[in-house]
Design a binder for this molecule. Structure first.
Ligand code: HSE
Length: 381
């Protein structure tokens, strides 16, 4: 099957090179920006790919919703299979693209959009056929895991850790999506869509690592804790819950042994129990390997990761609550149900009684709105 590659950045270059050595797959044209088609196999007009009958599949690795959506839709309408590593695209338009694929008897697979090389969505999409999924999530962003690990284990400051993650090809073109938690949020949205048939697009709570400082790292370390950015999704009374937030874990927790750009993705099935997968969650070769795995799955007959009944809807996080570790200006500590508190200059550091996820995220937004700084991390249940 000849595969056209849309995009020739970090992942696109990896996909193109892997195609040269993959069983049953061959290199097709590569879509690049106008003016960048400096090789005969590069092309800057999508119509040249869509109308090329020798192209059987398209690997979209350009990122962003448009023009990626229009290009993928055109390819599907032309009966070509589509695989993508683009979580922004699948979170915004996945249900539409899956319907187009069904209509045109083509495949639409996106396991590379979550977990880098980790076969998380791939396994989840198989598990839902015979098991009922109760919860899913984990460490789903390689950039922030790299940064948190570098800051806590190697003492790097935030800016140097981010610069290294960008240099190593882990971060998105705009790393705000990584550090704000949005990238992990999109991934948990996809997990919920595959695992529960509901793509939550509203009611989500998202906190990244932008407020995490060297002083936070030092204080957590003193208490035998380590910080990781966790995405969580699961069945709730009225549908699904889905949120992203830092978590402070006992140093012996499995998450704390997940280093560098690695991800730790997990799901719990009623029959399987906990399934945990660890591997590189970002970077050229891990992500390209996931794109190629999806293409190989197409050769074996796989066509869909989203069920025909998948709908978009609202997350319900109202049943989710934890104790939190919080750093905030001392004058605001009374806004939380304090279990233990201590001073750190003008700030208070607080361990709370259980607080709902929605209330904790809302308090942080309110404080930031009034110019105050706050860092919070959930504590283990
Ligand atoms: N920027 C993403 C990450 C790339 O760091 O996890 C892989 O999805």
């Amino acid at each position: 099957m000849k595969v056209a590659v849309l995009g020739f950045g970090t992942v696109g270059k990896g996909v193109y090179e892997m195609l040269a050595h993959a069983d049953g797959l061959e290199q097709g044209p590569v879509l690049v920006r106008p003016g960048k088609a400096d090789e005969p196999w590069k092309i800057s007009d999508i119509n040249g790919i869509v109308s090329d009958v020798s192209v059987g599949a398209v690997a979209e690795v350009m990122g962003g919703v448009e023009p990626a959506f229009s290009y993928c839709a055109a390819a599907l309408k032309a009966g070509k299979h589509v695989v993508t590593s683009n979580k922004a695209l699948v979170a915004a338009k996945g249900i539409e693209l899956a319907a187009l694929a069904r209509e045109h008897k083509a495949a639409f697979l996106f396991s590379a959009a979550c977990g880098g090389g980790v076969p998380f969505l791939h396994n989840l999409s198989l598990a839902v056929l015979s098991d009922r999924i109760e919860s899913l999530g984990g460490i789903l962003n390689g950039t922030t895991n790299y940064m948190l690990d570098a800051m806590q284990r190697r003492g790097l400051d935030y800016a140097s850790a981010l610069a290294d993650a960008q240099r190593l090809g882990y971060a998105e073109a705009d790393p705000t999506a990584d550090v704000s938690g949005l990238d992990a949020l999109r991934k948990i949205m996809l997990g919920c869509a595959v695992g529960f048939g509901l793509l939550p697009v509203e009611g989500l709570d998202c906190e990244g690592i932008e407020s995490f400082s060297a002083a936070d790292a030092a204080d957590l370390k003193k208490r035998g804790l380590c910080c990781r950015l966790l995405a969580r999704g699961g069945k709730s009374a009225s549908g699904v819950y889905a949120y992203v937030e830092p978590m402070a874990l006992g140093a012996s927790a499995a998450e704390c042994s997940v280093l560098d750009n690695f991800n730790m993705a997990r799901y719990r099935g009623v029959n399987s129990g906990d399934i945990i997968m660890i591997g590189q969650g970002a970077g050229r070769w891990p992500t390209a390997s996931a794109v190629l795995r999806d293409l190989s799955c197409i050769l074996r007959g796989e066509r869909a990761m989203l069920g025909a009944g998948c709908v978009s809807g609202k997350a319900d996080n109202s049943g989710c609550a934890h104790s939190y570790y919080v750093r905030l200006p001392a004058g605001y500590a009374g806004r939380l149900p304090v279990k233990e508190a201590w001073r750190d200059g003008g700030d208070a550091r607080v361990i709370t009684e259980p607080v709902s996820v929605a209330d904790m995220h809302a308090l942080a937004a309110e404080l930031r709105g009034s110019g105050a700084g706050i860092f919070f991390a959930a504590l283990e249940d």
